[in-house]
Design a binder for this molecule. Sequence first.
Ligand SMILES: Nc1nc2c(ncn2[C@@H]2O[C@H](COP(=O)(O)OP(=O)(O)OP(=O)(O)O)[C@@H](O)[C@H]2O)c(=O)[nH]1
Ligand SMILES: [Mg+2]
Length: 421
Amino acid sequence: MFVDKVKVQVKAGDGGDGVVSFRHEKYVDKGGPDGGDGGDGGDVIVIASRNQNTLAAFRYSKLLKASSGSSGAKRRKHGKRGKDLLVKVPVGTVISIHDEIIADLTSDGQKTVIAKGGVGGFGNAHFTSSTRQAPKVAEKGEPGEEFETVFELKMIADVGLVGLPNAGKSTLLGSISNAKPEIANYPFTTLTPQLGVVDTNNTSLLVADIPGLIEGASKGKGLGDEFLKHIERTAVIVHLIDTYKEDVVKTYHVIQKELSDYNVDLSKRPQLVVLTKIDGLDKEIVDEKIKELKGQLPKNTTVLAISSHNKDGITELLNITSRIVAKERNKMLEIDSSPSIPVIKLENNDRRWMVKKKNDVFIVSGNSIERFAKRTDFENVYALDRLKDIMRKMGIFHELERQGIDVGDSVLIAEIGKFKY
Ligand SMILES: Nc1nc2c(ncn2[C@@H]2O[C@H](COP(=O)(O)OP(=O)(O)OP(=O)(O)O)[C@@H](O)[C@H]2O)c(=O)[nH]1
Ligand SMILES: [Mg+2]
């Protein structure tokens, strides 16, 4: 089944906890702190692959989870880093969170970290300072990033075939490429986009055949225009018109209107207009129709006539198509030399915070303080003391006092943890 949009839950590995431990040495009553740091959590990484064609696999594995880091150990032993999760997706996959694009995988082998693993917590060996000689505090590992994403496949073909149902799109694809699309003499034979590779003029073209469009497709008529997203990024649109149609000019305008009503105006793309199925027709009739089209269409529109059955006009069509594709590819290289959005990073070093009082509880929020809180074990008095130290330095205690906090009142850090003042 062709699946081109799926919701996927992504969870990077949690950081391992740091540990509290003290050296045990002969003749030394109490050695210094030697608790190691936790290992970092693994990242979730996606990699685009030409060998993947659909997102169907994600219908069955909706959770992508990287491993967590291990805890630290005594003798300053660092916990092991969690393994990254490497996920293969088809080239053309766009990944977003709440409609905001975080990764756009447009070329084979392109890699992107979509969720960062949490940082491992510090062990107590880290906290030797002159004021804190025997620290009994270690940090918890930071949780890995977690969110719901949407994976969407927008094929990146060079050439897109469009036209009314039954125009001969799939027949053309089948006759020029390795693809074996279904062909029949009724509308809407093709229900899902098909791709084929065409070898021509020392290059290969990726051609997409999409289901037929009809008048009102952009408003959902027929199979609608949702498949147009697969030709959003093609260099050339090849617009096929059945020569047997009474009014080929009108047919042209029907499709052209749907292309322009689509959410990206596709009617302005380089386009070739191609009359099909000319094998059973007299040359005069075909020439007449070409003339008709040329007279009505925008100037410089190339109009060709082909027969997929006896290969008439196919070489010329491929020559012109590959020339335009080469030109457009060069243009794209110029514009696109900045790599597409590599890694999402909502920077967390935001030191702003806020204190709000609600039903006698003082609620503290803010990126930075919440991050520290996540790494704090609220059951451990030493860890809590350290958190309070940090809050004092950040000026949060000052604000709590200003808002009239009393000994014994509760302080809640976001939804993470709570302590008595
Ligand atoms: N004589 C002749 N018939 C053709 C030619 N190309 C296509 N046909 C016929 O036209 C009919 C429709 O062809 P398809 O290739 O399925 O058309 P389509 O545009 O893919 O149609 P949808 O998938 O429904 O949008 C079939 O019966 C084909 O055999 C051609 O070059 N010559
Ligand atoms: Mg078809």
